[in-house]
Design a protein around this ligand. Structure first.
Ligand SMILES: NC(=O)c1ccc[n+]([C@@H]2O[C@H](COP(=O)([O-])OP(=O)(O)OC[C@H]3O[C@@H](n4cnc5c(N)ncnc54)[C@H](OP(=O)(O)O)[C@@H]3O)[C@@H](O)[C@H]2O)c1
Length: 413
């Protein structure tokens, strides 16, 4: 079959593409990021333009369409959950597409307690409203597998020396391979399809069981276990600006992500693996183990880098006289010296504040490396003896530059 896959750059989309290609189908991948589609090796991919994208011009000749777009919040959430499925459903109906699968989420409902699930329900309504046989909605519970951002996040939690225990209602995680296989089965099916089907693993478990299983998968055991209310974790995570954790996520965890464990087996040939089997199908690679161990400390490094620049800027502002004394050694005095010390202090504080904002932090880190190099070069010219300072006044700049380079080098996603 010729299958259009929308959201091909996402976690679920990538696995669905691999499954469909392995079964000999031809995939037309749709995504917003052309370079990412290329990196993933999709031939004949289509880049979705943010404004005025004509879906009907790109769906012709396809036998089936899978929509696997989503976002956890922000403007993208409405676009990916409501607007895009509506536009695709209208164009797909016009193009006579035989099969369409929308990847929604368990608990989607127009009166759900979270915007995430309400927007999902709007997308479902747009697709099912076309009233086509062979079009359906799949509602996964938590999906896990290689490259999944929730799994990466919780694996980092499992690898952290202090393990918070988080109370959650039951969830039935499903392995992404099983979800992808079920989607492929559905697209290949000639049977009459139900409108909506739960896509869940055998479960049920609670989130703590899942984190423990990830710990075993990584081969780590927590050194200290603490019980923390979910509200505290959400507050801490939003202070650290961690992606994935927000009020909606907390509400969904508190309500659980349970569903009918037999639903997929009744409809498809896929028999979802339990969590232990699923994780064993993808033993943790050295890179995954290293990343899980590093991730919390990298966030800590960003935070401490930002605070370091703010503190050093404030120290310079509070102690302007020593800055002027230093500049006097280079024969710079008077108003110019005061302006340099004041400007330098404010600049450092600004860099530190930008480092705390996820969107700007990489740009700030580049400026910080350049600034440290400049400060170090100037200090070397003015007071070369600082290199011999027993507290390592200038020597410290070497590991600071290295650590900042490390953060700059990390891939954005
Ligand atoms: N993962 C889970 O545990 C889970 C559980 C239940 C339901 N789901 C649902 O399954 C779907 C896919 O999840 P996932 O884990 O694969 O998410 P993901 O890795 O974040 O991928 C989301 C995909 O949607 C695309 N996208 C986001 N906003 C878009 C927009 N405005 N226009 C076009 N494309 C947009 C992304 O494109 P870019 O790459 O360009 O950002 C990406 O391809 C979502 O609807 C999610 O709610 C996931």
């Amino acid at each position: 079959m010729k299958i259009g896959l929308i959201g091909a750059t996402g976690f679920i989309g990538r696995h669905v593409a691999r499954e469909l290609q392995a079964r000999g189908h031809s995939v037309r991948a749709f995504g917003r990021r052309h370079e990412e589609l290329d990196r993933l090796g999709f031939p004949r991919s289509v880049t979705i333009r943010p404004r005025a994208f004509d879906w009907s011009a790109h769906l012709g000749g396809l036998d089936a369409v899978v929509i696997a777009t989503g976002a956890l919040g922000g403007a993208d959430m409405i676009k990916a959950h409501e607007e895009l499925p509506r536009q695709v459903a209208e164009a797909a109906a016009g193009a006579g597409i035989r099969h369409l699968v929308l990847v929604s989420a368990i608990g989607a409902s127009l009166d759900a307690p979270t915007a995430f699930l309400r927007t999902k329900a709007e997308g479902e309504r747009a697709v099912l409203g076309q009233d086509r046989l062979g079009w359906m909605v799949l509602r996964p519970s938590l999906v896990y597998g290689p490259g999944g951002s929730s799994m990466d996040f919780l694996a980092a939690l499992a690898a952290f020396p202090i393990r918070p225990r988080i109370a959650s209602a039951p969830i039935r995680p499903i392995l992404v391979d099983d979800l992808a296989a079920a989607i492929a089965d559905i697209l290949e099916s000639e049977e009459t399809l139900p409108a909506t089907v739960d896509a869940v693993g055998p479960g049920p478990i609670v989130l703590d069981d899942y984190v423990d299983a990830l710990g075993r998968w990584l081969g780590v055991t927590p050194r200290l276990v603490v019980r923390l209310p979910l509200s505290f974790i959400v507050r801490a995570a939003s202070f650290l600006r961690l992606p994935l954790v927000n009020e909606d996520m907390a509400t969904m965890l508190a309500n659980g992500a349970d569903g009918d464990p037999e639903a997929l087996s009744r409809l498809t040939r896929t028999r979802p693996s339990d969590l232990g089997q699923g994780l064993a199908r993808h033993p943790a690679t050295p890179a995954e183990r290293r990343m899980a161990a590093l991730a919390p400390w990298l966030e800590g490094l960003w935070l401490s880098l930002g605070l370091f620049w703010i503190a050093s800027g404030l120290t310079a502002l509070a102690n302007m006289e020593s800055g002027r004394v230093l500049l006097a050694e280079a024969s710079i005095g008077g108003r110019l010296a005061s302006a340099i010390v004041l400007g330098g202090g404010l600049f450092d504080v600004a860099l530190g504040l930008l480092t705390l904002v996820r969107r700007y932090r990489r740009m700030a880190a580049i400026a910080e490396v350049l600034t440290v190099l400049l400060y170090t070069a100037l200090a070397t010219l003015i007071v070369p003896s600082a290199w011999a300072d027993p507290l390592g006044q200038l020597m410290k700049n070497i590991p600071i530059v290295m650590a900042t380079f490390l953060l700059i080098q990390l891939p954005k996603r």
